[in-house]
Write a protein that binds this ligand. Sequence first.
Ligand code: IMP
Ligand code: MG
Length: 183
Amino acid sequence: MRAAEIADQLTDVLVTEEEIQAKLEELARRVEADYEGKDLLLVGVLKGAVMVMADFARSLKRPIEMDWMAVSSYGAGTKSSGVVQIRKDLDTDISGKHVLIVEDIIDSGLTLSWLLENFASRGAASIEVLALLRKPEAAKVEIDCRYVGFDIPVEFVVGYGLDFAEKYRNLRDVAVLAPHVYA
Ligand code: IMP
Ligand code: MG
């Protein structure tokens, strides 16, 4: 669905589907150049990164490996708890591999900083981060994110994989959820 089809449940549309696709193509060209001649493992963080992973991976004009991890940091609310739990671990042994973590959004940065430390202890050859969205003013820890799609204000957004209580992941655009939906 598009934002216009559920306009009553949203306030602002921050990033349209067209803008997302153009940005992912741009990031794909950078990643192709940066990883030339190297094997690349994309690790998606479930479930939010499903859409970014699907579109970004297919934008790459080269083969890659893909794996998934599920962590929880939020529950059903709209604020980060800072508590990270592994719900599903990687299937792949990442030691010696060039890993690119694919994320939907960096909010406080707590989830990623935890993941980066966790991955570093497994002996990856390199670890970088690609995030479609970032809320710079919400950062509680600084994340060195090499590939960022869009910086957005500190507001609760949904769409393109991002949910509120498991809903709105199938929205094609990224939009601010109207407060009456979660108040
Ligand atoms: P962080 O640990 O605060 O950086 O948040 C990490 C996770 O919280 C993200 O991967 C998302 O799954 C979720 N999250 C953060 N901000 C939003 C938002 O605005 N809408 C929906 N989910 C969010
Ligand atoms: Mg996420």
